[in-house]
Design a protein around this ligand. Structure first.
Ligand code: ZN
Length: 160
């Protein structure tokens, strides 16, 4: 069996910043990633690279921001008055919260606090960063009907 649309795939993965070689996230030493292929559950560049691979195959792929989490969009960086953060005692750099975006909820990060103004950034934290993914294919199976309906896998980590 090879990786194709509608397959449930288990992979070990490490993702690094391709410029600095810094490890951003890794499944090594913890749970592997299980995902439904062909449903945009992974970034496009990684899905493309995994297509056609078999269990035991290793992968090592560089993904541009365009095929990763997108280019950074400076329009998503905004300054808002501190007063907008009602009910929050202290607004600090690095705080994250969820806001309503045009395509559903987005995670917004506080990147600067100066006087009464707060700078927030709703770019994906990995936007604009070239990424290097590597790892090994561990398992491939056909997706079940209900998984295809939902567009994601149903396993122990599923909470519905
Ligand atoms: Zn579901």
């Amino acid at each position: 069996m090879t990786i194709a649309d509608k397959k449930v795939v288990t992979i070990e993965f490490t993702v690094k910043n391709a410029d600095t070689n810094e490890v951003i996230e890794s499944s090594v030493g913890s749970e592997p990633l299980i995902y439904l292929h062909g449903f945009n559950n992974l970034v496009p560049g990684l899905e493309k690279a995994l297509t056609g691979k078999s269990v035991g195959d290793k992968y090592d792929v560089n993904v541009t921001p365009e095929e990763g989490y997108g280019a950074r969009d400076e329009a998503l960086v905004q300054e808002v008055p501190k007063a907008a953060f009602e009910g929050i005692d202290k607004v600090d750099v690095g705080m994250e919260f969820t806001a309503d975006g045009p395509n559903g909820p987005v995670v917004v990060e506080v990147t600067k606090v100066e006087g009464d103004m707060v700078t927030i950034d709703s770019n994906h934290p990995l936007a604009g960063i070239p990424l290097a993914f590597s790892g090994e294919i561990q398992e491939i199976r056909d997706a079940k009907e209900d998984e295809l309906e939902h567009g994601h896998i149903h396993g122990p980590s599923c909470n519905h």
